[in-house]
Design a protein around this ligand. Sequence first.
Ligand SMILES: *Cc1c(COP(=O)(O)O)cnc(C)c1O
Length: 385
Amino acid sequence: MNQRQPLHYDSLVLHGAAAYDEATGALSIPIYPASTYRQKDVSKRQEFDYGRSGNPTRKALEATLAMLEGGNAGFAFASGMASVHAAITALVKTGDHIVATRDCYGGTYRFLTDFLPRFGVACTFADTTNPADTRAALRPETRVLFLESPSNPMLKITDLSAHAQIAHEHGIVTMIDNTFLSPYYLRPISHGIDISIHSATKFLGGHSDLIAGAVITRTEEHANAVRFVQNTCGGVLSPENSWLLLRGIKTLGARMRCQQETAVKVAEWLARQAWVTNTYYPGLTNHPGRDVLLRQATGTGCVVSFTVDTPQRLGRLLSSVRLLSVAVSLGGVESILSYPARMSHAAMPAAVRAELGITDTLLRLSVGLEAVEDIVDDLAQGAAQ
Ligand SMILES: *Cc1c(COP(=O)(O)O)cnc(C)c1O
């Protein structure tokens, strides 16, 4: 028998759903910029008729996303927030309630607290590191459980199987923002989560050169619901950016492995510095929830958060690092240092930030592909200014 072994995940990332163009054999999927398609017979539905409804380049990307996450369908959006919007609005209606991870991405927080209430959808935030806290937040009208793990920027860990179980008992849909670990290290659907969401701007794209989002579903019912919103609201990813994202994904494994190896070393170094008061990184043995993370994921990721001793030190660091870019965003091949209280989480009220530990001395470092010695030297010289 010529039974072939299933490919290893690393090979799948490269040769999976969209390895080459069927028509020509080209090792790069062509960009189809067409907005419309000639119809041979108007009485029959053809696969591509209008670029919002379907595009061959986007289709190749969406098949790749589904494969990477082990889902039944993937959907590419114009941004991570367009993905969050599409996944949630696909499944809620007026009167419904959402329970969400308390220290979620700032934009998600704004969407849940400032946008959805206009349409009569309420949200309660829970400390999802503790499933009992999640249970306590449930209401009869809870329809969606929205998780983020590791969370942004405190890297708190949520037990996915435990939450899938809670949701199953109550007939609730589970979603996770899987941006931080990427499918390379975490495949939530295999832990019973219904929908995985990404800011593909970050690790999936990997090069700080595009804005994109992804939604991957487990069931046909949810796929149809998301497809309806994608086509109706129209937040689709362009063919050009679909191509760029496909290109970025080819090196996902290599980037994640290399950046994580450096992140572990940087976190260990930070934890030893006298001017660093706390280091948050699931790769450190004392990180809360690390055992849960290691049960459900194959890696600890490339994002390290830390607090420094004084606001003055933080100011000096931000103004004197040279190799590291002080910027919003994460997940690129270049290391990015950001200041959550003023950047990604500025949309969160100060009192909520304080409660979550997002203090004025907290920094978040997305570790890139630079040599570990150069990253550490830059931090050391910045801190010593
Ligand atoms: C950046 C980010 C988002 C938002 O994605 P955009 O592509 O900027 O719209 C959502 N969740 C997380 C965890 C993020 O880091």
